[in-house]
Design a protein around this ligand. Structure first.
Ligand code: DC
Length: 225
């Protein structure tokens, strides 16, 4: 068996990447790394500083004062921005849009690259994001492109937001989802796309357990090689 194994899971928002990756990581004793949380943390920090997350000239000067770290408490990932646990503050629809905006900035992507590679160098990881298989971990032992129809993804995201007590509508969630899909696939740097060697997994017709099982099977196959 290999010492450290890296599994890259990429795909559009709401495909279930984080839920599936978190469960699979727990069951297989991998560290789960949610890289979207890093972009959300940058977006959160920028908004709190009163800057526009879409403006490189406003965001770049703030990066020097920004320290983002991962921590694990009972196997759950926590993100600390200058020592402060950002918790659910980064999970609001506003922070989704702010994350999408800052993620298009080359300086932000470069800023977060080392942090992501470092954790994969030191642990067996399941890392999810948009460019993990294409940019962050191009040599990952396994790459999965996890997707689902936009309607399915919007419906799942709506439920998630409602469970958190965030009031919104299906139409709004679907519109945001389409906007983020567009942003994520059309940005100039590290756009979302399926790596050539990524396994395509469409979860539109799968429930959560079936999706987790499908991912686990792919990982176990690689671990045996
Ligand atoms: O996965 P998420 O919804 O938490 O991601 C938030 C935003 O961050 C999303 O719009 C795309 C961006 N992102 C990215 O560009 N690259 C990553 N590796 C992860 C997320």
């Amino acid at each position: 068996m290999k010492k450290h194994i890296a599994v890259a899971i990429d795909g559009p928002s709401g495909a279930g990447k984080s839920t599936v990756a978190r469960h699979a990581a727990q069951e297989l004793s991998f560290i789960y790394v949610d890289t979207g949380a890093l972009y959300r943390s940058v977006g959160w920090y920028v908004c709190r500083a009163g800057a526009d997350p879409g403006q490189a000239s406003q965001v770049e000067p703030l990066l020097a004062g920004l320290d983002i770290r991962f921590g694990y408490v009972d196997g759950e990932q926590h993100v600390y921005v200058n020592g402060e646990d950002v918790g659910d503050a980064i999970r609001t629809p506003e922070m989704s849009m702010a994350a999408s905006a800052v993620s298009a900035l080359p300086a932000v992507r470069a800023f977060l690259l080392d942090c992501q590679r470092q954790i994969a160098a030191e642990n067996s990881v399941i890392m999810d994001g948009r460019d993990i298989g294409t940019v962050v971990l191009p040599d990952a032992a396994l790459k999965i492109y996890l997707t689902a129809s936009v309607e399915c993804r919007a419906q799942r995201r709506l439920l998630e937001l409602q469970q958190k007590g965030i009031r919104t509508t299906y139409a709004q969630v679907e519109q945001d989802m389409r906007q983020r899909d567009y942003n994520d696939t059309h940005r100039a740097v590290a756009p979302l796309r399926r790596a050539q060697d990524a396994v395509l997994l469409d979860t539109s017709a799968l429930d959560l357990q079936q999706s987790i099982d499908a991912v686990k099977q792919l990982i176990m196959k690689v671990m045996e090689e």
